[in-house]
Write a protein that binds this ligand. Structure first.
Ligand code: SAM
Length: 326
């Protein structure tokens, strides 16, 4: 079946799947501390509905699927969904983004169910700072990370949102931590999503500056691990550590964007930094055929905008990152 190509000749082969907008952490740049206005579980797509949508995408060339949230492990029986998605013949790469708070209990089961790769958010290695930034426990997250490693996930990738005066003084500590544990490290620029993201964007720091700083202490070998994603990688000489830089603000990568996002409620979002969207849930609940579902997805892909406008119009995106999962 014909691949999904958007209006700007970009091939869409990657789907990010949010399975809940709820989270057990409250990262300062993501969800407001007292936020309660979550979507109703009745409105979440069921596992069968999600599998139908992913199946349709995969028949049109989408072979990479990442499960995210909110915190995906808050979704009841998530490993069962993973099993269902893993059974789809055209899904080749099934990955998970998590805050790791529930990995001690779930890592083995996720591995058995078919998750191939895990990314973990970790913005600080200092227990008090971590608690202040996330309202959670660093110990729990570190235990989760070690459980992922013990379950055989490799490489585990750590995602750190670097913010000036908040945690940029920990960049070197995070590098040493990842060398020690054989994790891959990715630095991310903070994006003005929702009020929290916009507030945090006041502490924005360009990763170009961070890279220049760490290059003074470590020898960085450029150009390793060219992946399907937006991270530009370097290797730290004399170690196995790879560091990725995800720079949506200082150097956007929209021209190679290969992804769309499905919210827990079944809305397809075409761009993290724009509001272009398409509602699939009403169609699914009205009994749409597989063929018409594929056609609906093609119609949605035609809405994908050329680029985000985080820099030009930072006020634009009202939803928090937790709605879609980055
Ligand atoms: N709970 C999972 C996790 O912690 O990875 C998945 C969802 S979380 C929203 C996905 C990623 O989005 C995390 O790495 C988080 O740091 C990042 N994120 C949230 N808000 C952001 C913002 N305003 N700018 C940049 N990254 C953000």
């Amino acid at each position: 079946m014909a691949e999904l190509i958007d209006q700007f000749s970009r091939k869409i082969d990657y789907l990010r799947l949010s399975v809940t907008d709820r989270c057990d952490l409250r990262c300062s740049y993501c969800l407001p501390e007292k936020f309660h206005d979550f979507s109703e579980p009745d409105n979440w797509l069921t596992f069968d509905e999600i599998s139908r949508v992913v199946g349709a995408f995969s028949r049109m060339g989408v072979s990479k699927v990442r499960v995210t949230g909110g915190e995906p492990l808050l979704r009841y029986k998530l490993p069962n969904l993973i099993e269902q998605l893993h059974a789809l013949p055209d899904v080749e790469d099934l990955s998970l983004s998590t805050n790791a708070t529930r990995l001690v209990a779930n890592a083995d089961r996720l591995k058995q169910a078919g998750v191939s790769r895990i990314n973990v958010s970790l913005d600080s290695l200092q227990p008090e700072r971590f608690a202040r930034l996330t309202k959670g426990s660093l110990d729990k997250v570190l235990a989760g990370l070690m459980a992922a490693k013990a379950a055989g996930f490799h490489p585990v990738k750590i995602n750190m949102v670097v913010m000036q005066g908040v945690n940029d003084d920990e960049v070197e500590d995070m590098i040493d931590f990842c060398i020690q544990h054989d994790f891959t490290l990715r630095f991310i620029e903070v994006m003005p999503m929702g009020d929290t993201g916009r507030d945090a964007a006041q502490q924005y720091i360009s990763l170009q500056d961070v890279k220049a700083r760490i290059a003074q202490r470590y020898e960085l070998i450029p150009g390793v691990m060219p992946g399907g994603g937006p991270a530009r990688y370097v290797q730290v000489a004399g170690t196995n550590l790879r560091i990725g830089f995800i720079t949506p603000i200082s150097q956007h990568f929209c021209e190679t964007c290969n992804r769309v996002r499905l919210s827990a409620e079944g809305t397809l979002y075409m761009c993290l930094g724009q509001e272009h969207r398409f509602e699939l849930r009403p169609l699914l609940r009205a009994g749409i055929s597989d063929r018409d579902l594929e056609q609906a997805i093609r119609t949605a892909i035609d809405l994908k905008p050329e680029k985000h406008e985080f820099k030009e119009r930072p006020e634009k995106v009202l939803r928090f990152m937790a709605k879609l999962g980055g």
